[in-house]
Ligand binder design. Structure first.
Ligand code: NG6
Ligand code: CA
Length: 506
């Protein structure tokens, strides 16, 4: 009797366990989270892609744009790199962090170890995470010995794997860093970095222009590496110095390998593929030299487009195209001459890097932050052009929404439905930043408070948006910001000022 009862209990238990296992398997396979790839270009303008009206052929990115959601009102948080990246990866406005400014290669890690980041949030949701490409958010403690393990590095703020350049292609150290260690370093030829003074006996772009193969126009006259004068001085580390023309292949190779190794893991992956184009120095691979007819700037945009085509082919080949969401954007607006004579101005022709927007990189005007933004997910996202107002700041909360996390920040808004093309309703307002100065976009309106400073940054020939008076524009009716309505629409101006102060004040 006793035995019989026990057997029944045992069989019921077995059945229950079996049933719950079954249930779990079906749930996971049905709800497998997508891989996510964030493709982030450097200084690509709103008008730089053919799908956004540009006169440079970018067929692979255009395929994404035409097969996904092409946003026409999407923004980087800032008109320069470091602050935009900070916002994109942390979901926090960069003007809340005083050090979120263009950083030298020796700057300490900008993101706090305790701070929430997109990869940290995704890791909690079962993702493997990686960054391959440009970092530019500081590394180590500000006193780095580049010949030893550098910490903190991206792996300390949420990335399981990192293969990066520390700052920019025009800044030392000109070496790749993998998981905190310089790649290919010969310990007998240690790296030394100094942003203030040169090492005794070393040449520089300033003193030895005859040794350079790319001529500097402004800045960029410190150490000469691979014939290119850079920002900052570097000594040693010869074996580890990157090959500028091969950089696209190096990062792409890393991306392909990462995808191959992670495609069939139980875990989905988040990969930030942060490309160096078209930031200076523009060093296209020989296969792309002369391709655009617009000089190196056009050539490297075509090169980046090719690499993105390779990325798409890889996803197809590895069989994960339909389970991968791609978010494509740029960290700030465009600039032509950003410090080197490289024909960007002379060979521009009819191409308009800012499209019909005013300003460019560094600018409070719209082209500083208004950038291409595309979401693509084969078979899931239906093609659409969306005028929803979204920002890279929203990636954190939107991906949280996608992956079942309830993490959010006070600045990042869940724009998942806009990202997936299910709605064209975006955020109602957004604070934008250029060189620590802020402005408000709300609805179709933009309000720029008065700021001191030059009207034009003459070296790069970009209108900065500084003015003694308030500026108010209707971006929809006047995308080129030619009609300042601050005097004629005082009611709207006051509304905008109040709204701006509300966000800035908390
Ligand atoms: C500026 C550099 C510019 C570029 C920029 C950073 C000079 C004169 N200009 O200081 O060439 O490197 O910093 O660009 O040095 S960003 O896209 O990374 O923000
Ligand atoms: Ca940039």
């Amino acid at each position: 009797m006793m035995m019989n009862k026990l057997t029944t209990i045992l069989s019921v238990l077995t059945l229950l366990i079996f049933w719950s296992c079954q249930k779990n398997t079906t749930t996971t396979s049905k709800e497998k989270k997508p891989n996510i790839i964030f493709v982030y270009l450097d200084d690509l303008g709103y008008g730089d892609l053919s799908s956004y009206g540009g006169d440079i052929s970018t067929p692979n990115i255009d395929n994404m744009a035409n097969g996904g959601v092409r946003f026409t009102n999407a923004y980087a948080s800032s008109a320069t790199c470091t602050p935009s990246r900070y916002a994109a990866f942390t979901g926090i406005y960069p003007w809340r962090e005083k050090d979120a400014k263009i950083l030298p290669g020796t700057a300490p890690m900008l993101i706090g170890k305790q701070q929430m980041t997109v990869p940290k949030m995704l890791r909690e949701q079962g993702y493997e995470t990686a960054i391959i490409g440009k970092w530019h958010m500081g590394l180590g403690n500000g006193q780095n010995n580049w010949n030893e393990h550098i910490s903190p590095n991206p792996n300390d703020v949420g990335f399981d794997y990192s293969f990066i350049m520390a700052a920019t292609q025009d800044r030392v150290p000109t070496v790749f860093i993998e998981n905190g260690n310089v790649v290919g370093l010969d310990k007998n030829d240690p790296i030394e970095i100094n942003y203030n003074k040169n090492f005794p006996g070393q040449t520089s772009g300033k003193e030895n222009p005859e040794l350079t193969t790319m001529k500097w126009h402004h800045g960029h006259n410190s150490s000469i590496i691979n014939g290119i004068p850079r920002i900052g001085y570097m000594k040693g580390g010869k074996a580890a110095i990157w090959d500028d023309q091969e950089m696209t292949n190096t990062f792409l190779g890393g991306v392909k390998e990462y995808i191959h190794e992670h495609k069939s893991n139980d875990k989905p992956f988040f990969l930030a593929y942060t490309m160096q184009q078209p930031h200076v120095p523009r060093t296209p691979h020989p296969d792309f030299i002369g391709k655009s007819g617009k000089g190196p700037r056009g050539d490297v945009i075509m090169e980046a487009d090719w690499a993105i085509g390779e990325l798409m082919k890889t996803l197809e080949k590895e069989g994960i195209a339909e389970n991968t969401l791609i978010i494509f954007s740029s960290d700030n607006g465009p600039v032509l001459n950003d410090g080197y004579y490289d024909d960007a101005v002379e060979k521009l022709g009819n191409h308009k890097p800012s499209g019909n927007l005013k300003g460019g990189k560094y600018s409070l005007f719209d082209a500083g932050t208004h950038v291409p933004f595309i979401t693509y997910w084969k078979g899931t996202i239906q093609p659409k052009v969306s005028d929803a107002l979204v920002c890279q700041l929203d990636i954190l909360s939107s991906l949280a929404g996608l992956t079942g996390s309830n993490i959010t920040t006070k600045d990042s808004e869940d724009m998942l439905n806009a990202f997936l093309g299910k709605t064209t309703v975006g955020r109602s307002k957004l604070i934008l930043e250029a060189n620590t100065k802020t402005l408000l976009r709300e609805g179709d309106w933009v309000m720029i408070p008065p700021y001191q400073g030059p009207k034009v940054e003459t070296q790069v020939n970009i209108e900065l948006g500084n003015a003694d008076e308030f500026q108010l524009y209707n971006i929809k009716e006047d995308p080129s910001q030619n009609n300042n309505l601050a005097q004629t629409n005082k009611k709207k101006l006051q509304e905008m000022i109040n709204s701006f102060e509300k966000v800035r004040g908390n």
